[in-house]
Design a binder for this molecule. Structure first.
Ligand code: PEP
Length: 254
């Protein structure tokens, strides 16, 4: 059965004040939902422990990035083991901002996935095409290659820790969203790539990200291959994040 996940990526936003205001509210509201959604808060790493201490069992916590290495002389980096030690259940890898602004390659993404697998942490592997790639008709080819390269080293029971987030680069933080139909088509293609890699694709969760808001979430989540969302801007506003969690259809998963 696929997990239904709504994950909030705070990016480099937030404060101790936001943690106190948002986490308590979301925790109490999520506990009233009966749609089976797993809400995940992914703050900057400095706030992970604060979020965790307020999250209880109702909310999961994640980090936005982990190092390619296990430990050692890598100033400024945070390891997968540290994320686990501080109570994280999830980590983003390969977010388009990491790829574009910090030169994160597919090989580095694969190394980060390996670190997370070694800790039994859930990797939310972000993939997505640029506008130029979409306009050139290369969207599916680009995204499929990213999935294959990121997950080439995953096998056996490790697949249970893999979540893929399809985030068209042109839709992140722009207010432009893929249509539900286009997002569904890409999710279906990703699921096929996962099958080709030998993954139990029908049981894996695939998230859509890119300007998801309270008013477009329900249409996206209604698609058969979209199991949740990775939310940026709207995750910083407690009521908006909750409205997106509420937009998940009820039921026991797909
Ligand atoms: C993101 O940062 O992953 C994201 C999808 O951002 P936004 O929702 O703001 O487009």
């Amino acid at each position: 059965m696929r997990r239904k996940i709504v994950a909030g990526n705070w990016k480099m936003n937030g404060s101790t004040g936001l943690v106190e205001h948002l986490v308590g509210y979301v925790r109490s509201e999520v506990s009233c939902l009966d749609n089976g959604v797993e809400a995940v808060i992914i703050p900057p790493a400095l706030y992970v422990r604060d979020v965790k201490s307020l999250a209880g069992d109702e909310l999961s916590v994640g980090v936005q990035n982990v190092a390619c290495w296990e430990s050692g002389a890598y100033t400024g980096e945070v390891s997968a083991a540290m994320a686990k030690d501080c109570g994280c259940r999830y980590a983003l890898v390969g977010h388009s901002e990491r790829r574009q602004l910090f030169g994160e390659t597919d090989a580095a993404v694969a190394d980060k996935v390996a670190q997370l697998m070694s800790q039994g942490l859930n990797a939310i592997v972000c993939v997505g095409e640029t506008l130029a790639e979409r306009e050139a008709g290369q969207a599916e080819e680009t995204v499929s290659a990213q999935v294959r390269k990121a997950l080439a080293g995953v096998s056996g029971a490790e697949w249970q820790y893999v979540v893929v987030a399809y985030e068209p680069v042109w839709a992140i933080g722009t207010g432009k969203t893929a249509t539900a139909g286009d997002a569904q088509a890409m999710h279906q293609a990703i699921r096929q790539v996962l099958k080709d890699l030998g993954a139990p694709a029908d049981t894996m969760s695939l998230l859509y990200g890119g300007s998801v808001k309270a008013d477009n979430a329900a249409a996206l989540f209604a698609e058969p291959d979209i199991d949740g969302g990775l939310i940026g801007g709207a995750s910083l506003v407690a009521q908006d994040f909750m409205s997106i969690c509420q937009a998940m259809p009820a039921g026991t998963g797909r």
